[in-house]
Design a binder for this molecule. Structure first.
Ligand SMILES: C[S@@+](CC[C@H](N)C(=O)[O-])C[C@H]1O[C@@H](n2cnc3c(N)ncnc32)[C@H](O)[C@@H]1O
Length: 314
C-alpha cells in the first residue's frame, strides 16, 4: 500500500482540525472528507468529533465509533466483538426480499420460516423478517455477545417473532434437533482462508473484528451439505470465492439423491465477485421458490428429477 505523503497530511490538517487523522484508514482526501462529514452529522460536539478522529487513527472501525450500520430498512447496532454487516451481504439479502415481494407468494401470504445460521448482529434474519410479511425466524450463533446484540437489534428495529439459539453449529446437534421445517435457510459463515486473512485483510479488520467471524475454510459448507439440506426447501449461503461454490455444487452433483432433488445456483455481487451459493429442493415449496428466484442468479445445476420431467414433457 503506498504511503501517504507529508504534503497530503499537511493539506488535510489545514482544511479541518483532525481531518488528517482519517487519512491512514480512508487513504484519499475525498474519502476522508466524506467520513468527516458523517462524523459531524452523527456526533454532538467538536470534542467528540476530535475523539472519533483519533479512534480512526488507531484503526477503530467507523461503525464501532458511531455504533450502528444501516442494513436495508434497518439500523443495526454494532459493537466490538461482533462482525459489522457488509454491503455485499446487504445486497443479496435485499435481492431475496425483492424477489419474494415481487412474486405472487407475498400476496398469497404463505407463512415462511427462515433460519439464519452464523447470525452475528442478526442483520440477515432481522432484515428478512422485517421485509417478508408473515415470516418467522430462528437465528443461531456460537457467540454470546452476538446473541445479546441480536436481542438489542430486535428491540431497536421493532422485529419480533424470532427465536435465538446460542450454539456451535459445527459441533453440536443444533441441526439434528432443529424443531421445525425450514423454508429459507440463510448463512454468512466465516469463509476467509488463513493465508488470505494474513495477506488481504485490512489492519482495522484484523485488529478490531472477531477472527471467529472471519476465518474459515470449507467446514461450514460441508456442514450445510451434510446436515442442513434435509431440513430445508431452499438455502442461500454467502461465499468468498468460487471454490466454495464449486465445493457445494460438486458435493450435490456427486451424490445421486442430492443431485436428483437439488437445483444449485450461483450469484455474483455488483463488483463481479462470486457471492452466494443457493439451492432449491424439489418439494412443492422448493419448486415454487425456484421459479420466484429465477432472476436472482444463475442456476448451474437443475435437479435431475426436474430436468427429466422437462425432457419427458417435451
Ligand atoms: C461472517 S460472520 C456473519 C455475521 C452476520 N450474519 C453478517 O452477515 O454480518 C460469521 C458469524 O458466525 C459465527 N460463528 C463462527 N463459527 C461458528 C460456529 N461454529 N457456530 C455458530 N456460529 C459461528 C461468528 O460468531 C459470527 O457471528
Amino acid at each position: 500500500m503506498p504511503r501517504i505523503s507529508t504534503s497530503l497530511i499537511r493539506k488535510a490538517a489545514r482544511i479541518r482540525p483532525g481531518l488528517h487523522l482519517l487519512l491512514p484508514e480512508c487513504r484519499t482526501l475525498e474519502q476522508a472528507k466524506l467520513e468527516y462529514k458523517w462524523l459531524t452529522e452523527e456526533l454532538p460536539s467538536k470534542k467528540s468529533i476530535r475523539w472519533a478522529c483519533f479512534q480512526r487513527y488507531k484503526h477503530v472501525p467507523l461503525q464501532y465509533i458511531l455504533r450502528s450500520q444501516p442494513f436495508g430498512a434497518l439500523d443495526i447496532i454494532c459493537k466490538p466483538g461482533v462482525l459489522i454487516p457488509r454491503w455485499e451481504t446487504e445486497e443479496w439479502v435485499m435481492d431475496i426480499i425483492r424477489a419474494l415481494n415481487n412474486s405472487a407468494l407475498s400476496s398469497r401470504t404463505i407463512p415462511l420460516h427462515i433460519c439464519d445460521t452464523f447470525t452475528g448482529t442478526g442483520c440477515i434474519a432481522l432484515a428478512l423478517s422485517h421485509g417478508i410479511p408473515h415470516s418467522t425466524f430462528t437465528a443461531i450463533d456460537v457467540s454470546r455477545k452476538a446473541i445479546k446484540l441480536v436481542k438489542e437489534n430486535m428491540l431497536k428495529n421493532n422485529v419480533s417473532g424470532g427465536k435465538l439459539i446460542e450454539q456451535n453449529i459445527l459441533s453440536s446437534k443444533v441441526c439434528d434437533e432443529y424443531p421445525s421445517h425450514i423454508d429459507i435457510l440463510t448463512g454468512n459463515p466465516p469463509y476467509i482462508r488463513m493465508r488470505d486473512f494474513n495477506r488481504d485483510v485490512t489492519t482495522s479488520v484484523k485488529l478490531f473484528e472477531p477472527r471467529l467471524a472471519l476465518v474459515g475454510e470449507l467446514e461450514c459448507y460441508r456442514n450445510l451439505v451434510d446436515h442442513w439440506l434435509p431440513k430445508t426447501d431452499s438455502f442461500f449461503y454467502e461465499i468468498g470465492d468460487i471454490n466454495q461454490f464449486s465445493y457445494v455444487e460438486n458435493r450435490i452433483k456427486e451424490d445421486s439423491n442430492l443431485s436428483r432433488s437439488w437445483s444449485i445456483g450461483l450469484k455474483y455481487d455488483s463488483n463481479g465477485k462470486a457471492r452466494v451459493v443457493y439451492g432449491f429442493n424439489t418439494t412443492p415449496k422448493g419448486r415454487m421458490l425456484l421459479q420466484i428466484f429465477a432472476p436472482f442468479g444463475t442456476i448451474r445445476h437443475l435437479a435431475t428429477a426436474l430436468s427429466k420431467h422437462k425432457a419427458n414433457s417435451k
